[in-house]
Design a binder for this molecule. Structure first.
Ligand code: NAD
Length: 495
């Protein structure tokens, strides 16, 4: 299916002043119109109205809508996966995987719709019952990044909708078409559901100013924002100023410790997938690799030969493992990071622009391995590109200390067969990240676990486990079924 066919499959027309280019070859694949302050305001108002109806629909019934949406995703997985590849440039396997992640979170949310449990708590007063109830929070603003153009919305939206909230989505300005396609699938599910309020899910398009409008608006009690740490640093105070709640999913600088007992064949595959998958443009991409000196001279040359043979190219082609970077700015950032790593003493293998002749208007980069003596300031920054900084270590404690000595705290892993090392890595004094794996790379999380990270990654949690609680408000309710009015703490207050 070509871009045009896919867009018409989703009922999308080329309308609007803003062209959308594919990172595969730079070609225009569609056009969209941007929202302005008035239309954003009107959409938020409609979202509030929809919320007033939706919050009263029983949660299991709300789950039925998400189940229908999951069916639409299943039926349209190929078309949406291809559009993800066309618009974001990730290889087709990953485009399809992203849609599968949407399907998985829908399944999770359907089950969750019957499990929005609160506690009952022993009251200290006779003839009293105390309980916790979870109520819908309100319309949720979702701001998403280009690199997971649809899955991250689904993590938020599937939960928010079963929790009784409405959603209003500002996708990345680099990937508006996948957002509109997803919205059209959601609307198909709505038609089959029949009795949902209009405007349960809406899309607002535009640059960061549209995101800022959502952040400022006190009709949106929850803002879930995924993107760079710079974005989170700007957005969080705006939401906090009005006492809104933000769920922040920001940049990572993820690492692996390859210990002496690591199974090297597994480690090599995990490293390569995590470092060059999505052309190094995952929040969980592997960026730092600490290799024990006993295996350094085996592992690092093996990685270099894997890198030399990596099939780079059009991400729609089956054999391709590394597609393009999102745009010129991403390539220039990679070049800048490599130049400053070199200035700091780094030894670079790979890097540089590839396939320039075939794709003069696109930016393919050769993944780079950079051997560093120290964890310099360049290594401590997240560069959203396929650069893997490799450092040698002698003692586990030293590797762990350097592992944690960066501002970000998203994902981490260790490859080891040594139980003590593995447990130390997972202990309170071990990895300081939101995600910590043993003998698994740092990327490619399942939706069942809570996803997110600490420090400059923002502290938010989305997806599985009890992440749903962020989309609801908690109410403690106490009922007095006695004939007296005893006060808590035994206070006497006779009138
Ligand atoms: P970005 O920060 O440039 O943009 C993300 C979104 O925020 C876009 O929709 C953008 O328009 C909007 N935005 C930007 N500034 C804003 C502001 N001040 N107020 C409101 N909205 C604003 O990020 P990007 O380049 O699209 O994505 C890459 C970044 O996202 C990387 O840092 C990556 O690590 C991070 N990311 C994190 C996660 C996670 O779960 N932790 C997931 C995916 C991506």
């Amino acid at each position: 299916m070509q871009a045009n066919e896919i867009l018409s499959h989703f009922g999308l027309t080329h309308a609007g002043d803003h062209p959308v280019h594919s990172p595969i070859d730079g070609a225009e694949i569609g056009r969209v119109g941007y929202d302005d302050a008035r239309s954003v305001d009107a959409k938020i108002a409609r979202s509030v109205e929809a919320f007033h109806a939706w919050r009263n629909v029983p949660a299991p019934r709300r789950g039925e809508l998400v189940r229908l949406f999951g069916e639409e995703l299943r039926a349209n997985k190929d078309a949406l996966g291809r559009l993800v590849t066309l618009e974001a440039g990730k290889i087709l396997q990953e485009g399809l995987g992203e849609v599968q992640e949407m399907i998985d979170i829908c399944d999770f949310a359907v089950g969750l719709s019957r499990q929005l449990y609160g506690l009952t708590i022993a009251s200290e007063r006779p003839g009293h019952r105390m309980m916790e109830t979870w109520h819908p929070a309100g319309p949720v603003g979702i701001i998403s990044a280009f690199n997971f153009p649809v899955a991250v919305w689904a993590w938020n939206a599937a939960l928010a909708i079963v929790c009784g909230d409405c959603v209003i989505w500002k996708p990345s300005e680099k990937t508006p078409l996948t957002a509109l396609a997803t919205q059209s699938l959601f609307e198909r599910a709505l038609k089959r559901f029949a009795d949902a309020p209009a405007n349960l899910s809406q899309v607002v398009l535009g640059l960061r100013d549209v995101g800022e409008m959502l952040a400022k608006d006190n009709r949106l009690p929850v803002i879930s924002a995924t993107g760079s740490t710079r974005m989170g640093r700007e957005l969080a105070p705006v939401v906090a100023q009005r006492f809104g709640r933000s769920i922040l999913e920001l940049g990572g600088n993820n690492a692996m410790i390859a210990a002496p007992s690591a199974k090297l064949d597994l480690a090599q595959r995990a490293i390569t997938f995590a470092a060059v998958g999505t052309a190094g443009q995952r929040c969980t991409s592997l960026r730092r690799l600490f290799v024990h000196e006993a295996i350094y001279d085996k592992l690092v040359p093996a990685l270099k030969s894997i890198y030399a043979a990596l099939p780079l190219g059009n991400p729609l082609e089956k054999a391709t493992l590394v597609g393009p970077l999102i745009d010129r700015a991403a390539f220039e950032n990679m070049e800048r990071a490599l130049a400053s790593a070199r200035d700091e003493g780094g030894k670079i293998t790979g890097g540089g622009r590839a396939l320039e002749k075939e794709f003069p208007n696109a930016f393919y980069a050769r993944p780079a391995i950079v051997e560093m003596a120290d964890q310099t300031s360049t290594v401590c920054r997240e560069t959203f590109a396929p650069i893997l900084y490799v450092m040698r270590y002698a003692k586990f404690e030293e590797a762990l200390a350097r592992h944690n000595a960066v501002p970000q705290g998203l994902s981490s892993c260790i490859f080891t067969q040594d139980l003590q090392e593995a447990e130390k890595f997972l202990a309170a004094s071990g990895s300081d990240c939101g995600i910590a794996n043993v003998n698994i790379g740092p990327s490619g999380a399942e939706i069942g676990g809570a996803f997110g990270g600490e420090k400059e990654t923002g502290g938010g949690r989305e997806s599985g486990s009890d992440s749903w609680k962020a989309y609801m408000r908690r109410q403690t309710a106490t009922i007095n079924y006695s004939d007296a009015l005893p006060l808590a703490q035994g206070i006497e207050f006779a009138v």
